[in-house]
Design a protein around this ligand. Structure first.
Ligand SMILES: C[S@@+](CC[C@H](N)C(=O)[O-])C[C@H]1O[C@@H](n2cnc3c(N)ncnc32)[C@H](O)[C@@H]1O
Length: 370
């Protein structure tokens, strides 16, 4: 297989962090765009990125890029892609996509055209008038932006933020990719005391432990391309062995506290499932009364936010009390993600630095206090 171009989409605001991470993983020609990062390589690099990228949402092969203002141009552009290099006779190839600021704006119509062109291409290559699609899944994705079409083949399957450790609970948990991004922004590498005083289901502490251990976040899950006939199974085995060889084993001090015992039970279960149950202490505490667990360290957290008026008021009061409690804790660097526009006013101090991020559709800032 010749060199491929890959695309790793990510949450808005994380592009630079994802680009740096992919470079650290030894991936080449890393190029950052809005909400996605490109790199080049072969299947070995594809497997490494899937297993080890902490902040990207998926890894996709970039199959083609072309201009299209009509369905005919879209059809011909897709028809020209050598899909048979990847998709076998019985492969299933559903199509998903989106369109922004383009003449081809009807996504269902574009989806149908891409599907039709892919059927024609594969049908003519395999000499079949009807493709059974009974085999493994090869998810095709397209994006159309300002009349430019990109076509991708998704190698990840389930989104990479799903590491396989989290029991879904109704706790407003932070995406694992976003939690990893916050730990990265705080430059935590396992040295300082690490504390999340609003830990909920434990996502930030678990991502911090995985980072401290340099453990690949995807070791406990599978990926769509593991089941593809065009990718040798040894590629995945090698990537897993390499990832295990890169792990560190040290002593880490990671603490998660929360006022809700039920959330803490879920956090403990999640941490055990992630293989870091013995690396994190979880205990009940009120964040605005708890004594600081050390002279200095890092606090990384996402305190409650309110969607309804009353909840919003009590969330803001809690931030004010937390801000007052934090005064005098000079040895602690604090990183707080919040969607509250008046956060700095409520916390009682302007942040030393801010970073705008999108947690899904919700615009947030990470407020940094050093
Ligand atoms: C937005 S959630 C945190 C979600 C968490 N990052 C996760 O991934 O699951 C906020 C958490 O703050 C907790 N909380 C609310 N008031 C608290 C207080 N006074 N002290 C400590 N925790 C509190 C809630 O129980 C909830 O789990």
């Amino acid at each position: 297989m010749n060199e491929l171009t890959f695309c790793a989409p990510c949450l808005f605001g994380l592009e630079g962090l994802v680009g740096d991470e992919l470079r650290r993983l030894g991936l080449e020609n890393v190029r950052v765009e809005d909400r996605r990062v490109f790199f080049t390589g072969g299947f070995a690099e594809m497997a490494r990125a899937n297993l080890s990228a902490r902040m990207a949402e998926r890894v996709m092969i970039h199959l083609a890029g072309f201009e299209a203002r009509s369905f005919e141009e879209l059809f011909q552009g897709v028809r020209a892609i050598a899909l048979e290099d990847f998709i076998p006779k019985d492969g299933a190839f559903p199509v998903k996509g989106y369109s922004l600021s383009s003449q081809l704006h009807s996504v269902p119509d574009c989806q149908a055209i891409v599907k039709k062109a892919a059927c024609e291409r594969l049908g003519s290559k395999y000499g079949l008038s009807w493709l059974p699609e009974t085999g493994e899944q090869y998810q095709l994705r397209f994006s159309i932006m300002k009349d430019h079409v990109d076509v991708f083949l998704d190698t990840s399957g389930v989104s990479l933020h799903k590491r396989g450790y989290r029991r879904e609970a109704n706790l407003a948990p932070l995406h694992e990719t976003m939690a990893a991004a916050m730990v990265n922004l705080a430059r935590y590498r396992g040295r300082e005391f690490f504390w999340d005083p609003f830990c909920g289901s434990g996502t930030i502490c678990i991502e911090a432990a995985l980072i401290a251990l340099n453990r690949a976040p995807g070791l406990n899950r599978s990926f769509a391309a593991e089941r593809w006939s065009c990718v040798d199974r040894s590629v995945w085995q090698t990537a897993r062995t390499e990832a295990l060889d890169r792990e560190f084993h040290g002593e880490y001090r990671i603490l998660g506290t929360d006022i809700d015992p039920a959330a803490l039970e879920i956090a403990r279960q999640n941490a055990r499932k992630a293989g870091v149950g013995d690396r994190i202490e979880f205990r009940a505490a009120d964040a605005v009364r708890e004594r600081f667990p050390a002279e200095s360290g890092l606090i990384v957290c996402n305190p409650p936010y309110g969607e309804r008026m009353l909840e919003q008021q009590s969330a803001r009061q809690l931030i004010a009390r937390f801000g007052a409690h934090m005064r005098g804790a000079d040895g602690w660097k604090t990183y707080i993600i919040s969607s509250e526009p008046e956060f700095e006013h409520d916390f009682g101090r302007p942040a030393a630095k801010k970073r705008k991020l999108y947690n899904g559709r919700l615009q947030c800032n990470v407020y940094m206090y050093f």
